[in-house]
Design a protein around this ligand. Structure first.
Ligand SMILES: Cc1cc2nc3c(=O)[nH]c(=O)nc-3n(C[C@H](O)[C@H](O)[C@H](O)COP(=O)(O)OP(=O)(O)OC[C@H]3O[C@@H](n4cnc5c(N)ncnc54)[C@H](O)[C@@H]3O)c2cc1C
Length: 311
């Protein structure tokens, strides 16, 4: 057996699970397909984190760096840029096999904390593969003085648009409906920003020059009126394709839409020895919940592994 516990996903939930695990002296490995830190590192490194007690006025990257630094100081082994492709239980050996794109590992227990972001949803329009079409925003300051189009109407789209405008970009947001699906703070921020809003509008085609974004053709979906406008960069915030295929492959029990792993009150999934926590169990979808649930999954996994001698 390589490890006592393998944590699949190194976001706030996974890191918190790993902290509990290592505090209880379990041999612990965290594996992440991208950089450890999860969504705060990979999806909103520049944005101020709200809701997280003790981390006032800090960006996603600052908060995530503290999480990751803490875990590393505790001696947890972290493998980054390594994607888990399958997880199977071997009943005879009473162990879990974790297969990645690089290696195979065995553990007594696994905690799945892969979040909900999966892959960014595509717009499926001509020109989407041109340079200058983006699905993440790593630093709005890189786009100061540029002319930017953001497509989408959720919290992410609104936060990107506001962040870009604050960084000095001439920013337009385009949404196919006439109201944002964003929280009150974000609605308020955008109403007070310089962002130009195009309601009921959808991208029809992206036109390029030298393989780079040049213009966007968009249409009002009520009037069918089309317009063409020049932009330097386009940011598509159209949501994410969930981890459904992966969840189906590992045969863990999910909700009907295959978006959420079903866990019991001790974070156990339908497969013995496999636990889940954080966004993938879909409750609040915020960092404090991920930390709390991850830590709790860690202690539940510990009890399972030790078959609690002290309970
Ligand atoms: C734009 C944006 C802004 C947000 N702002 C806030 C905020 O201000 N305050 C707040 O509290 N919350 C915020 N959230 C939500 C918060 O980021 C999440 O609730 C939290 O990160 C969930 O933690 P998690 O560990 O469950 O998942 P995640 O942070 O999503 O981490 C999951 C990790 O699993 C990895 N992974 C996925 N699949 C695999 C695989 N097959 N193999 C290996 N690794 C894999 C991913 O690379 C990722 O690092 C925001 C989210 C977004 C997208």
């Amino acid at each position: 057996m390589d490890y006592d516990l393998i944590v699949v996903g190194g976001g706030p939930a996974g890191l918190s699970a790993a902290l509990t695990s290592v505090c209880y002296k379990l041999k612990t490995l965290v594996i992440d397909a991208a950089s450890a830190g999860g969504a705060p590192t990979n999806n909103f490194p520049w944005k101020i984190v709200d809701n997280t007690l003790g981390f006032r006025n800090m960006t996603g990257k600052q908060v995530a760096d503290i999480f990751v630094g803490h875990i590393k100081e505790e001696g947890v082994e972290i493998k980054e840029n390594e994607s888990i492709e399958n997880i199977t239980r071997d009943d005879a050996a009473d162990e879990i096999l974790v297969e990645t794109n690089k290696n195979k590992y065995t553990a007594k227990a696994v905690i799945i904390t892969i979040g909900v972001l999966g892959k960014p949803r595509k717009a499926n329009v001509q020109g989407e593969n041109l340079n200058g079409v983006n699905y993440t925003l790593t630093d709005p300051n890189l786009y100061a003085n540029k002319k930017i189009l953001v497509a989408g109407g959720g919290d992410t789209a609104v936060e990107w648009a506001v962040g870009l405008a604050q960084a000095g970009a001439e920013t337009t947001i385009m949404h196919r409906k006439d109201v944002f699906r964003a929280n009150e703070k974000n609605q308020n921020d955008i109403s007070q920003s310089k962002v130009k809003i195009l309601w009921n509008t959808e991208t029809k085609e992206i036109l390029g020059e030298n393989n780079r974004v040049k213009k966007v053709i968009f249409a009002n979906n009520l009037t069918n009126e089309t317009k063409t406008e020049e932009f330097d960069e386009i940011f598509l915030a159209l949501g994410n394709v969930p981890h459904s295929d992966f969840l189906e492959k590992i045969k863990v029990k999910t909700d009907e839409r295959k978006m959420k792993i079903i866990v019991d009150e001790t974070m156990r999934t339908s497969i013995k020895g496999i636990f889940a926590a954080g966004d993938i169990t879909q409750k609040w979808l915020k960092i404090p919940e991920a930390i709390g649930e991850g830590g709790y999954a860690g202690i539940c996994a510990y009890k399972y592994i030790k078959n609690p001698y002290w309970a």
